[in-house]
Design a protein. Structure first.
Length: 180
């Protein structure tokens, strides 16, 4: 089986559910945001120093490096704007192609409803204690929602807890393999 990529906006539970999925499937867990912080520098300070366009480019480079290092299929949690942002469109297009060629993408979203998803995501994001700006988070989510809804080899809609979302993902993957 190829790599798995959890995609979606910040606050949908990619990292939390991803840890469960990786454990359930016996895969390495690779969170691109965590790796960026560990291998490059904290994302906020990188953004402050170099800007978002530079971050998009550096994050894509790091992703390529991590992908090449993996000898076994892994579960990757991708950054919220990795596949959906209007900055550096050629990099985003390349990211999408690399993900498509390397495995299965799984979109996580709390609901099919824009309004319900935005309410849940903003509540989660603002509760993380990261000092995020509510209006900026709202605008970012609104700008990216439709783009996300067009992605994902599998789409999982749930506002349940991480272990329940992980079970849904594993069930959907199993059904996909069975249909095969």
């Amino acid at each position: 089986m190829a790599h798995l990529f959890l995609i979606g906006p910040g606050g949908v539970g990619k990292s939390a559910a991803g840890r469960f999925v990786a454990s359930m499937l016996g895969r390495d867990f690779i969170d691109l945001d965590e790796e960026f912080c560990a291998r490059v520098e904290p994302i906020r300070s990188y953004l402050d120093r170099y800007g978002y366009a530079a971050y998009v480019r550096r994050n894509a480079t790091l992703f390529g490096e991590l992908l090449e290092m993996q000898e076994e299929p892994a579960l990757f949690v991708l950054s919220s704007g990795f596949l959906v942002t209007d900055v550096e469109p050629e990099v985003v297009a390349s990211n999408r192609l690399r993900v498509k060629e390397a495995g299965t993408s799984i979109l996580l979203m709390p609901s099919r409803s824009f309004e319900e998803s935005m309410k849940i995501v903003l509540e989660r994001q603002m509760g993380r204690g990261l000092g995020l700006n509510y209006l900026l988070q709202q605008a970012t989510f609104a700008a990216r929602f439709d783009g996300y809804m067009e992605l994902g080899d599998l789409q999982v809609f749930s506002s349940e807890g991480p272990s329940e979302v992980a079970k849904r993902i594993v069930d959907r993957l199993s059904a996909r393999v069975s249909e095969g």
